[in-house]
Design a protein around this ligand. Structure first.
Ligand SMILES: CC(C)(COP(=O)(O)OP(=O)(O)OC[C@H]1O[C@@H](n2cnc3c(N)ncnc32)[C@H](O)[C@@H]1OP(=O)(O)O)[C@@H](O)C(=O)NCCC(=O)NCCS
Length: 220
């Protein structure tokens, strides 16, 4: 296992994040995105998640950014507020060395501490058997197969299914007298552009997470 530090992603990591992801967009069907998001798009994605209080982690492997993982709302309607979709990508040189497991463990830990209860992962599947590294990674972390959407993707000449995996984090749902997980109002009125964003770090906005990622609900 290489030396691996998992920490909140900083705006200054987004160049590496964009480069890691664009490999998978352009060269593979592992994501069904077909055009690589540019730096501005990554900036918007990053700040949107930070505004919603959701985790976005990066991993330094032997001193370089080797991968990242983040959680986005599964759906933004308020009744889905305890459910997120997790995405994880490593640079090819960092894969297959235990780094993905470390990153996934940390993001699941963050989700658990935030009060999130269900974590979804959506994987592309080229055949009936799901045999990807991502499937093995998620299975090793107790994600369960919950469904297959057939022929929903068309990329690089292939017709692709997606497979949905789900990991339950806890059973703290209280109906009726439901206690909300910690919510924190964020005051930012305008999302900063990545090109103008100051590099963050421990203690920066991005390093603090609360749970308020749903849109149709007032946050106290
Ligand atoms: C999926 C990905 C993040 C996995 O990261 P990784 O560092 O290669 O995974 P790890 O080496 O930490 O392996 C994680 C676990 O899966 C298991 N595993 C991984 N590949 C496996 C395989 N082909 N067969 C059996 N088990 C496998 C490992 O044994 C390990 O289990 P353990 O921690 O209990 O020992 C990485 O390969 C990647 O970025 N792939 C491309 C992008 C992608 O598909 N992202 C997912 C979209 S949501």
């Amino acid at each position: 296992m290489p030396e691996c530090i998992v920490r909140p992603a900083w705006p200054s990591d987004l160049v590496d994040v964009a480069s890691i992801y664009s490999h998978y967009v352009e060269q593979t069907v592992l994501t069904l995105e077909e055009t690589s998001p540019d730096r501005a798009a990554w900036g918007r994605r990053y700040w949107e998640l930070a505004e919603r209080g959701l985790p976005f982690l990066a991993t330094e492997v032997d001193g370089r950014i080797g991968g990242y993982a983040y959680c986005a709302p599964w759906k933004t309607r308020s009744a889905y507020r305890y459910c997120v979709e997790e995405s994880i990508y490593l640079a090819p040189w960092a894969a297959g060395r235990g780094v993905g497991g470390e990153l996934l463990d940390q993001i699941l830990g963050d989700c658990g501490r935030m009060g999130i209860r269900e974590v979804m992962a959506v994987l592309t599947s080229e055949s009936v058997e799901v045999e990807s590294d991502s499937f093995h990674l998620h299975s090793s972390r107790k994600f369960e197969f919950v469904g297959r959407l057939k022929r929903v993707g068309h990329k690089h000449g292939a017709v692709l299914d997606t497979v949905i995996l789900q990991r339950a984090l806890g059973d703290r749902l209280v109906s009726g007298s439901e206690t909300h997980p910690p919510l924190r109002q964020r005051q930012r009125s305008k999302l900063p552009d990545i090109d103008n964003a100051l590099p963050g770090g421990p203690g920066s906005d991005a390093a603090h997470f609360g749970l308020h990622f749903f849109t149709d609900r007032k946050v106290k």
